[in-house]
Design a protein. Structure first.
Length: 434
């Protein structure tokens, strides 16, 4: 019965979406194709001039100037370097937010693109390159194009559109305090007027170009930071029995944490990942140090499981250390919540995505263990976040352009699909919402 009802709802949504202002649909689709050269030009500008989290000063000013040129109300800066645009349609209707992130990464680009980044900065005391190695340059360009097209069609809009250009999605040091989406929300971007629904996308360099993938409910994991300090007793490396070796204890803790995953967590309910990615101890091979430290990441999809996992981690760390005569403490810092796609909204808008990209190019996928601070917006209003494939057809599979690496690469031909998807979601929701 439940499956039959779901099918009927989806069928009704499909029919409704097909009937939503076909004249406007045809017009904005043509304008999406026509804006492609400008869209690529913007992307290359951002790519050549990347800025790190909370440092997107020139980027924010460039976007703000564009939005103002379109007659859109602009608030800048927001959350340090972000931009919010407000476009009021000619007719009453819902308030729809569209989001793009702005920050680049401390990665030195490694390719021969004529618009490759040559930027360098000091990061954590070391000189490094700066690169849009996750596609945020594409996200900004897509949303700038969407803003331009919607502004041209203001007289046909039923409702209001908010454009969120968000800084610091990649995160910042704890010393910077609250940042990114969380800070934008604290500064009131979801209010005045109150946002009814929020849409976001993310480029995927390993998904075929032009494909759209998504999942109702939990799409991306919640993320938390893990720091562990193990305090032992120093000794000569030749006589470990004279001390308490914090490196050995750390190795047991690392193994024990995987036992927390496999033996204390109900994995059939939802996935869990604990990774230790950094470990530091000692300065010479024949000296047992007094202290060892570890840094890691925790990924979860269920709120109750997340709480229980934190408790189990802290207990496991403390007890393993105690069993060896050491002391250890685990500190867990709360990060982004689960990127949760509202099921009803996702079901309603699936036919819209299918129309924008072609039904054969839209598919559901399993949850992924990466994280996104778009999830904070989804805690304030129903949201739908989806992936836009941009795998370059001329790149060989063995040279996969993985995100956050020097070889990251995306297909610019996919961007128009992102523009069409955002435009369709916005205008369809305006006319479907009663």
């Amino acid at each position: 019965m439940g499956n039959k009802l779901a099918f009927l709802l989806l069928l009704v949504a499909s029919v409704a979406a097909a009937q939503v202002n076909p004249k406007l649909q045809a017009k904005i689709e043509q304008e999406a194709k026509a804006i492609e050269p400008k869209l690529i030009e913007w992307r290359r500008h951002f790519h050549q001039n990347p800025e790190l989290s909370n440092q997107e000063i020139k980027t924010g000013a460039y976007i703000a100037a564009h939005l103002k040129s379109l007659g859109i109300e602009v608030q800048y800066p927001v959350a340090k370097t972000g931009v919010v645009g407000l476009l009021r349609g000619a007719k009453p209707g819902p308030v729809i937010a569209l989001r793009a992130d702005m920050d680049a990464l401390p990665v030195a680009e490694r390719n021969s693109l004529p618009f490759a980044s040559k930027e360098k900065v000091l990061f954590n005391g070391q000189e490094t390159g700066v690169m849009h190695a996750c596609g945020h340059d594409a996200h900004m360009s897509i949303l700038m194009a969407v803003a331009e097209i919607l502004a041209k069609n203001k007289s046909e809009l039923k409702g209001t559109v908010k454009f969120f250009f968000q800084p610091a999605e990649e995160g910042v040091p704890a010393s910077d305090g609250t940042s990114g989406a969380e800070l934008m929300i604290k500064e009131g971007v979801m209010e005045n007027p109150k946002v009814d629904v929020v849409f976001g996308l993310h480029i995927q360099s390993l998904t075929p170009s032009g494909k759209i993938t998504f999942k109702p409910e939990g799409l991306m994991a919640a993320v938390d930071g893990l720091s562990i300090k193990v305090m032992g007793k120093g000794a000569h490396g030749a006589t470990p029995w004279d001390g308490v070796d914090p490196i050995y204890v750390s190795s047991q803790i690392i193994t024990g944490l995987q036992g927390v995953v496999s033996r204390q967590t109900e994995l059939t309910k939802a996935g869990v990942v604990i990774t230790i990615g950094s470990m530091h101890a000692g300065n010479r091979g024949n000296i047992i140090p007094e202290v060892a430290t570890m840094e890691g990441t925790i990924r979860t999809f269920d709120v109750a499981m997340r709480t229980k996992l934190h408790e189990n981690i802290k207990q496991t760390v403390a007890k393993i250390a105690e069993a060896s005569g050491a002391q250890a403490e685990a500190t867990i810092t709360t990060g982004y919540p689960v990127t949760y796609n509202d099921p009803s909204l996702t079901q309603l808008m699936t036919p819209t995505l299918q129309r924008a990209a072609g039904k054969e190019n839209v598919m559901q996928i399993p949850a992924v263990t990466m994280a996104e601070d778009f999830s904070f917006f989804q805690q304030k209003a129903p949201g739908l976040f989806f992936f836009l494939g941009a795998y370059p057809t001329d790149v060989k599979l063995e040279k996969a352009p993985v995100h956050h690496t020097a070889d990251f690469m995306i297909d610019e031909k996919s961007f128009v699909t992102g523009v069409k998807a955002f435009l369709a979601l916005t205008t369809d929701y305006m006319y479907l919402k009663k």
